[in-house]
Design a protein around this ligand. Structure first.
Ligand SMILES: Nc1nc2c(ncn2[C@@H]2O[C@H](COP(=O)(O)OP(=O)(O)O)[C@@H](O)[C@H]2O)c(=O)[nH]1
Ligand SMILES: [Mg+2]
Length: 206
């Protein structure tokens, strides 16, 4: 697990810097654990909030340095400052919590105007897809107003840390951008490349 600070961040070309943000309880820390271990997490009612930011190194075929940012309301305004120049952004949204969706939309739109995050590719992860009362992906995308985001690559995926649905897709998305970084290519991919990615991975888009 992480060191509790972000000062050990690598700036190396072969390490993709990934920031995970989202409201509290949206499943960020569970996702990070699944990315790290590839193991299903046990669903618990015990919820330990993340405070500040935790950095986690994940080494698979590629290296990812993941920043798991706490999602409490009073911590959200510091997201852009603690993100430490991410290459890509993962935004976690609880797919069964309708009451939080407006809040999530506001948090996301506040985040994306930050000048340090302009053009950074965004993967919106609809978590807890194992739950029967989850919302449809269309409803989630519409309520979050994802179609208004035009300045970057935006994809969406359903994920469950209980069944691991979506884990491979998330890994492949991260690997795609890792290769781009390794090759010194721009992270802000063209519309045709966005479509190609959409079809080659099992992604959805707003
Ligand atoms: N059913 C289900 N519960 C989940 C899933 N992911 C997380 N949870 C539960 O949601 C709560 C919050 O998860 P956590 O990862 O700590 O959220 P965070 O605050 O965003 O880091 C915990 O009780 C988890 O067990 C999931 O995919 N399915
Ligand atoms: Mg957490």
């Amino acid at each position: 697990m992480g060191c509790g600070c972000c000062s050990h961040a690598s700036t190396e070309k072969d390490t993709l810097r990934v920031t995970i943000v989202g409201l509290e309880n949206s499943g960020k820390t569970s996702l990070v654990q699944c990315l790290k271990t590839s193991k299903k997490s046990r669903q618990t009612s015990l919820c330990v909030s993340t405070h500040g930011v935790i950095s986690i190194n994940i080494q698979t075929n590629m290296n990812f340095l993941v920043f798991d940012c706490g999602g409490c309301k009073h911590q959200r305004h510091i997201w852009p400052h603690i993100m430490n120049s991410p290459d890509v952004i993962l935004f976690a949204v609880d797919s069964m919590d309708l009451t939080c969706l407006n809040d999530a939309r506001e948090a996301l739109s506040d985040l994306l105007v930050d000048e340090n995050l302009i053009n950074k590719p965004l993967l919106v992860i609809f978590t807890k897809s194992d739950r029967e009362n989850k919302l449809s992906i269309d409803q989630l995308e519409q309520t979050l107003d994802l179609s208004v985001i035009k300045d970057r690559s935006v994809h969406t995926v359903l994920f469950s840390s209980v069944t691991l649905e979506g884990l491979t897709t998330i890994r492949e998305w991260l690997t795609y951008f890792s290769y781009r970084k390794l090759q010194g290519k721009d992270m802000n991919i063209s519309t045709s490349e966005r479509h190609r990615l959409l079809h080659s991975l099992n992604l959805s888009t707003a």
